[in-house]
Design a protein. Structure first.
Length: 739
């Protein structure tokens, strides 16, 4: 029988609505859901990857146990027992922090895995927690914590209403937007131009987004903070500072003026590669537009000065009156808020503890992933001897992957919650797979915190779960239950306990605290175990919730489910003077953690001209980090893992288009084909990230046919942004030579 299921694509952050047509268990078609109020039918080629992943014969469907050089399938009970035992053994021998946990990017695309992983981490009781955060958004989280009080307070560009969009170091036309949930971002950007708005891109590479823009300027990688401070200096000197909605709500404005005065456009121009006239003009345009917004992403995050650059971006919005204004940078208001999980007890404190070996600072409960190898390698009390990875591939995605790989080989025990045998999971003793991507219910608990429009949408499973499968929520909880020794509780009772704890925290952080009781809330969400009732409970006490009948038309999960294409909750709304939770109650314009990094920037600027060639990375529309290369329809086509190099730099190295080159840094070398193009600026080369699928035990039959090279074999694990500890993946020195 034919049927259609409406849900969300869970591959990237855009949350496009899809229509999945099925006949029995066969997926006959996937296309955009034209009635989804947020995405209105727009998708990208990866949407069909949902089917490819679901049907991929290499996708792991049953628990795997390592035996000799290979793996054998085992039953769930045995697998969970062995996993819990192995971890407990390491903990008994070396204390809680002998077990490390790494969470990867796809955890955000599966509500059950995301929330379940928190429980597993709590059950382990380890301080050795890691994630892809320090390879990604950490500088932005740190900056927002310092300025507004917490990491879930990231303002997003109000793209649908803005008149002027300055994009610095992001490529949304390919990435489909990040820390900015905005399906159909290409069309949204085109609409901005069609209504007379202007789009300007600052990027060392003429990216696909730059191609679409009114204006694009190359910038020396890493020089963004200086460039943006020169724009800020212009605002002050030309008397263009207008705080707008932030008037009376900020601290340390004079300090910002003073700092920016050291970055005149004349001084900065030769260092960043953008002339002084242009810097001034961009500042004037930003200040003069009816509304404007500056947006940065990976290019202003995972570089040498990620926190300073992220800070300067928000300063520009604030100083031009564009923070919290329609068309400017605004805060989303999600229907399900996870604020309680990240910001319990008000302003978030950073650097509460340090890592054992090299004293790296904790950020949001985690150390940077680049600290993991040394924590495994270095003997002594607290040495890491076991590891859990959840939906992550750090051997491929973290800098100096070769070192991490050697460290993993030396572990006593490793468990991976993952659906593929790749560069990382091949080292696991046990692999515990999730259900297939179309076999699970989903709600975007995290991504809707940064959506450019407020929406709520439930994604029902399109297919009945494989009877031998197990979802990420129940696997994480079952491991947690066993590790906590709560064997007197049934799994169902433990699920209920977790529900109670989570919703109690949510309730205490909500406006219904004291009015609505936890028992009333739990009674409303029913008895069926699973992450679904957690979402129902959080929806009910959320901003649009029914509060168990107190708000007659308020949301419940049943109401969200009934709207099968999604619920539109309207355009973003101003939220100041609320929303800021710093100890001073004001927006901190010059926090010490951030401004304390200025001397390091000065030292870098003094030396920058001496680096002849810098390496940056790029993304590809048909990839997703390291894990979509096994889906045949997405993997075909021309070679994507190429080194883009400017004709001038190619000529100096006697390299021609199609030649192979050796790329070398302090940490290693790789060989890649060369693409000579003036799309990169002179002095900059670009490689994609996420390739390099090879090694014994990697079971990716499509991906290994065209493995490409892993850029993280040459990215430096010792290069990082000081205030956040995040890796400086982009902009490091590199040598390139013909083979
Ligand atoms: N040099 C360089 N390095 C980078 C980047 C870069 O631009 N340049 N980008 C960084 C960024 S932004 C990120 S987010 C990280 C990503 O880094 P990671 O999160 O470490 O890596 P991914 O490639 O996302 O790996 C996803 C893993 O999850 C598994 N998986 C997929 N779906 C599921 C699921 O539903 N459940 C479970 N349990 N597992 C699943 C896949 O098999 C794969 O093993 O890489 C970072 N590394
Ligand atoms: N198709 C696809 N979509 C994805 C992903 C994917 O792998 N494939 N990954 C997802 C993930 S996990 C994330 S985090 C997002 C990332 O989303 P984006 O940040 O939008 O994507 P990137 O391609 O990393 O874009 C970074 C841009 O910064 C530029 N850049 C590099 N160094 C500098 C610098 O020093 N200064 C400036 N100004 N620019 C610089 C690069 O040339 C590049 O164009 O994409 C997500 N979406
Ligand atoms: S942009 Fe593509 S991968 Fe991302 S959610 Fe939409 S369809 Fe899926
Ligand atoms: Mo990411």
């Amino acid at each position: 029988m034919k049927r259609t299921v409406y849900r969300t694509c869970t591959i990237c952050e855009a949350t496009c609505g899809i229509e999945v047509e099925l006949e029995g268990r066969a997926i006959t078609r996937i296309r955009g859901d034209a009635r989804d109020p947020f995405s209105r039918g727009r998708i990208c080629p990866k949407a069909t990857g949902m089917r490819g992943l679901q049907e991929d014969p290499d996708r792991i469907r049953r628990p795997l146990l390592r035996e000799g050089d290979g793996f054998v399938e085992i039953g769930w009970d045995e697998a969970l027992g062995r996993a819990a035992e192995g971890l407990a053994r390491a903990r008994t021998a070396g204390g809680p922090s002998a077990v490390a946990l790494y969470r990867g990017n796809p955890t955000i695309h599966d509500a059950g895995t995301l929330l379940g992983a928190n429980e597993l981490l709590a059950a382990l009781g380890t301080k050795q927690a890691y994630s892809a955060g320090a390879l990604d958004t950490c500088p932005r989280f740190v900056q927002c914590t310092e300025m507004y009080g917490g990491p879930v307070r990231i303002p997003v560009p109000d793209v649908d209403r803005t008149h002027y969009w300055l994009i610095v170091g992001a490529n949304p036309v390919v990435s489909q937007g990040s820390i900015m949930t905005a399906p159909g971002i290409k069309e949204r950007s085109e609409a901005l131009r069609a209504r007379g708005g202007k789009l300007v891109v600052i990027d060392p590479r003429r990216s696909e987004t730059a191609e679409l823009a009114d204006e694009h300027h190359f910038i020396v990688p890493g020089a963004d903070a200086a460039f943006l401070l020169a724009m800020i200096d212009t605002l002050f000197r030309e008397n263009l500072v207008r705080l707008g909605r932030c008037d009376g709500l900020v601290r340390d404005l004079e300090r910002v003026r003073e700092i920016a005065s050291g970055f005149s456009p004349e001084r900065v121009a030769p260092l960043c590669g953008i002339d002084a006239q242009t810097i001034r003009r961009l500042a004037r345009e930003l200040a003069g537009a009816p509304s404007a917004v500056v947006y940065g992403r990976m290019g202003t995050s995972v570089q040498s000065f990620g926190t300073l650059a992220s800070w300067a971006i928000d300063l520009l919005c604030i100083l031009t009156g564009n923070l919290d204004r329609p068309g400017g940078a605004m805060w989303s208001r999600p229907a399900v808020s996870l604020g309680f999980a990240f910001e319990a007890g008000g302003a978030v404190k950073l650097a509460r503890w340090k890592s054992r070996v090299s004293g790296r600072e904790e950020m949001f409960g985690e150390f940077p992933i680049t600290a993991l190898a040394e924590e495994i390698e270095t003997p002594g009390e607290g040495q890491v001897r076991a590891l859990v990875t959840i939906a992550g591939n750090p051997v491929n995605t973290a800098p100096n992957g070769a070192r991490l790989e050697r460290a993993l080989e030396s572990l006593d025990f490793m468990v991976s919650l993952d659906c593929y045998r790749n560069e990382t999971t091949r080292h696991a003793h046990l692999i515990l797979p999730p259900t297939g991507p179309l076999e699970r219910n989903h709600y975007d608990v995290l991504l809707l915190h940064v959506a450019v429009r407020n929406v709520a949408k439930w994604s029902p499973a399109a297919l009945e779960p494989d009877p031998g499968g197990r979802d990420g929520w129940s696997t994480s909880l079952e491991l947690a239950r066993r590790l906590m020794g709560l064997t007197q509780l049934s799994p169902e009772a433990f699920d209920g306990l977790v529900l109670r704890q989570l919703t109690e925290r949510g309730l205490n952080a909500s406006r219904w605290k004291g009015d609505l009781t936890i028992d009333e809330l739990l009674a409303a969400v029913g008895k069926e175990p699973g992450v679904e009732r957690v979402i129902d409970a959080l929806l009910r006490i959320g901003h649009y919730g029914d509060a168990c009948g107190r708000v007659p038309d308020g949301l419940t999960l049943a109401r969200v489910k009934a709207a099968e294409h999604g619920v539109d909750l309207g355009a973003l709304e101003p939220q100041l003077p609320g929303h800021v939770i710093t100890p001073s109650g004001k927006i901190e314009l010059a926090p010490e953690r951030i401004t304390g990094d200025l001397p390091r920037l000065e030292a870098w600027l003094a030396d920058a001209a001496r680096t002849p060639l810098r390496l940056i990375n790029r993304r590809d529309l048909r990839s997703m980090n390291s894990w979509l290369h096994n889906v045949a329809p997405l993997a075909k086509g021309r070679e994507r893992c190429t080194l883009q190099i400017h004709p001038r730099d190619a000529e100096r190295r006697a390299l021609a288009h199609g030649d192979r080159a050796r790329v070398r840094t302090r940490v290693g070398e790789i060989e890649v084909p060369v693409e000579v193009t003036d799309a990169v600026m002179p002095g900059v080369v670009s490689l994609p990230h996420g390739f390099g699928h090879q090694g014994p035990g990697v079971e990716l039959r499509v991906a290994t046919k065209r493995p490409g090279a892993n850029v993280n074999l040459v990215s430096d694990d010792l290069a990082f942004d000081a205030p956040s500890g995040a890796s400086a993946l982009f902009g490091g020195p590199v040598e390139v030579e013909a083979l």
